[in-house]
Design a binder for this molecule. Structure first.
Ligand SMILES: Nc1ncnc2c1ncn2[C@@H]1O[C@H](COP(=O)(O)OP(=O)(O)OP(=O)(O)O)[C@@H](O)[C@H]1O
Ligand SMILES: [Mg+2]
Length: 238
């Protein structure tokens, strides 16, 4: 695949002496939804954390918009527009919905755009608008995921790194999250989406990568991967 907005090359990364990624390369094309698939422990979150700068790779290169960023801190990457919405949401339970959203705009480049960000978050998620004064901890799981997404958008991202946004959600809510992801792409956002729900993810993804035990084992368009018998047996249970 040609150069992307985000390009990871030969990434080796892990925790202490134990490596979780063993030389993974991946490109996220500008304006695309790119899927990152793989079962539990495959290395999806590790890869997203590496792209976000939360984890420093042992080896490999990371380019964003043509600039080498492997040595840049996480905060600098947020400034450049790389925003991670981590697994498990991590919202602030004592703070109201609106306060949680405002926290998302902490980066200097995002601060002037708080009003616009709130408007956008509430337009995407009318449920959050209705609950703007409610504390985050009292939201349902699906609403908390909406809040985590809304908060990430407040940082004015160019590239959204989404870690299993539909995990544990009822099918209908999960579907609405996928619909929002498609709307964000239509608005020009680029998205790297780690998911275990291969079928739904590939249905909306432009391109996808499959990780297995920290190694890239397959890549292709959403349609290609969906049609692949190996994907079918390993990830779709067909
Ligand atoms: N903080 C950590 N310390 C040590 N090892 C870790 C840590 N986080 C992850 N690992 C290990 O790294 C490997 C990859 O984990 P990772 O979280 O990236 O997988 P994943 O694909 O996101 O899985 P899941 O679908 O369950 O979220 C696993 O073997 C895991 O045990
Ligand atoms: Mg994970």
């Amino acid at each position: 695949m040609s150069q992307g907005l985000l390009q990871l090359t030969d990434i080796v990364a892990g925790y202490g002496d134990v490596m979780a990624l063993h030389g993974v390369s991946l490109a996220v094309r500008d304006g695309s939804v790119t899927a990152l698939l793989g079962s539990n422990g495959a290395g999806k979150s590790t890869l997203l954390k590496t792209a976000a700068g939360i984890l420093t790779p042992r080896r490999g290169e990371i380019a964003f918009d043509g600039a080498a960023i492997a040595g840049k801190r996480a905060s600098e990457r947020v400034e450049r527009g790389i925003v991670l919405i981590p697994e498990g949401r991590l919202i602030f339970p004592e703070m109201s919905v609106e306060e949680n959203l405002r926290v998302g705009a902490f980066a200097p480049h995002a601060r002037p755009h708080v009003a616009r960000g709130l408007e956008r978050a509430y337009a995407l998620f009318p449920r959050l608008a209705e609950r703007r004064r409610q504390s985050g901890g009292t939201l349902s799981g699906g609403e908390q995921q909406m809040l985590a997404l809304g908060r990430g958008l407040m940082a004015e991202p160019r590239l959204l790194l989404l870690d299993e946004p539909t995990l544990g959600l009822a099918p209908l809510i999960a579907q609405s999250i996928f619909t929002v992801i498609e709307r964000l792409r239509a608005d020009g956002l680029t998205i790297l989406l780690a998911e275990q729900d291969a079928r739904r993810t590939l249905a909306i993804a432009d391109y996808g990568y499959v990780l297995e035990s920290g190694t890239g084992v397959m890549e292709g368009s959403g349609a290609e991967l969906l049609a692949d018998p190996k994907i079918n047996s390993a990830y779709l249970g067909l």
